[in-house]
Design a protein around this ligand. Structure first.
Ligand SMILES: Cc1cc2nc3c(=O)[nH]c(=O)nc-3n(C[C@H](O)[C@H](O)[C@H](O)COP(=O)(O)OP(=O)(O)OC[C@H]3O[C@@H](n4cnc5c(N)ncnc54)[C@H](O)[C@@H]3O)c2cc1C
Length: 294
């Protein structure tokens, strides 16, 4: 099928995008990498009257370190995040996870903002952004606002964005070089969306116990899950292999998980347990005792 007719706009400035959104927001869709919107238009699952192509907004294609933050424009491609030397040094979990998205061609076009707004339950970017406490910057003619990712992604394909707003970028607090981290996912075929994913970040105290643990699971429910109770209970424990196995079982037993056409709830829990053991073991292996204790 081909898309229903629409008016195509290719504004050269953010101001012009904001004007178009203010005028047509309810009947418009932003086109970034087109990797999700393209198929939706072709299948007529999306039939906007206006398509606003933002690919000429060079400023949204920049990423840079500023103070304790790594700022990534909404139009930065997955491939750029996965391969940027500075990104890999400052944000290793993000770079590793983004490098597993789809195929090379998709990573060349797909963008940070597009993936976040698409909010697929199995997508890598919403999951690791949640684990890393990222902030979303949103702009409209009414002003600029910043929202934690945890409050931005509401459900599957549903985000806290008004019709006249655009996501202009994401801010990530820098990862510390002593942090242990791991991203694990399981796909039926290489390049597919994952049936489940697990992201772990941890800090060790001087005595080798856990000073901080962050654990997120994606793909099992409409929105990625941050396991706050488990994180709080982990502090002070020695992350031994026995603790890793017990914790992985606990993650698999408590994370919300659903049956769907791709996998049963039971199979998803089994995958989550295996991925969690791998993620915890890898994160512990990578962690070093920090000189500056939290
Ligand atoms: C075969 C295939 C496999 C894939 N596998 C994976 C995978 O394994 N993991 C994964 O995470 N993704 C996967 N994807 C999706 C890919 O990551 C997309 O790039 C991403 O979902 C959407 O990004 P985009 O830039 O292409 O956005 P677009 O398709 O251009 O837009 C997606 C949505 O976001 C809106 N939007 C885009 N940018 C903005 C903005 N700045 N502000 C407000 N709204 C905006 C659009 O209006 C639209 O509603 C796959 C895609 C394909 C085709």
């Amino acid at each position: 099928m081909k898309p229903a007719p629409f008016t195509y706009h290719r504004p050269a400035t953010l101001d012009a995008v904001l004007d178009l959104l203010a005028a047509h927001g309810a009947d418009a869709q932003i086109l970034a990498g087109g990797q999700s919107l393209g198929p939706l238009l072709n299948l007529r699952m999306a039939m906007p009257e206006h398509v606003i192509d933002i690919n000429d907004l060079a400023d949204l294609g920049q990423m840079r370190r500023r103070d304790d933050w790594f700022e990534i424009g909404a139009l930065v491609r997955h491939h750029a995040v996965a391969t940027s030397p500075e990104g890999r040094r400052c944000m290793p979990l993000l770079a590793a996870a983004v490098g597993t998205i789809g195929h090379y061609a998709i990573r060349q076009r797909g963008t940070m903002g597009g993936s976040l707004v698409q909010a697929d339950p199995a997508a890598q970017i919403p999951l690791v952004a949640l684990a890393l406490d990222a902030e979303v910057t949103i702009q409209s003619r009414r002003g600029v606002r910043s929202v934690p990712v945890a409050d931005f992604v509401l459900s599957a394909m549903e985000v806290a964005l008004d019709d006249d707003e655009i996501v202009t970028g994401l801010g990530f607090p820098l990862q510390s070089p002593t942090q242990g981290w791991s991203f694990q996912n399981f796909c039926r075929r290489r390049g597919d969306y994952a049936l489940a994913s697990v992201a772990v970040i941890l800090d060790l105290a001087e005595d080798g116990t856990l000073a901080d643990l962050r654990c997120c699971v994606g793909g099992t429910a409409p929105v990625a899950q941050r396991l706050a109770d488990l994180e709080a209970g982990a502090r002070g424990h020695h992350p031994t292999p026995a603790w890793q196995r017990d914790t992985a079982q606990q993650i698999a037993a408590t994370v919300p998980a659903e049956d769907d056409s791709k996998a049963t709830e039971a199979f998803r829990r089994e995958i989550v347990e295996v991925l969690s053991i791998r993620a915890l073991a890898e994160a512990v292996k990578r962690a070093r005792v920090s000189e500056v204790q939290p």
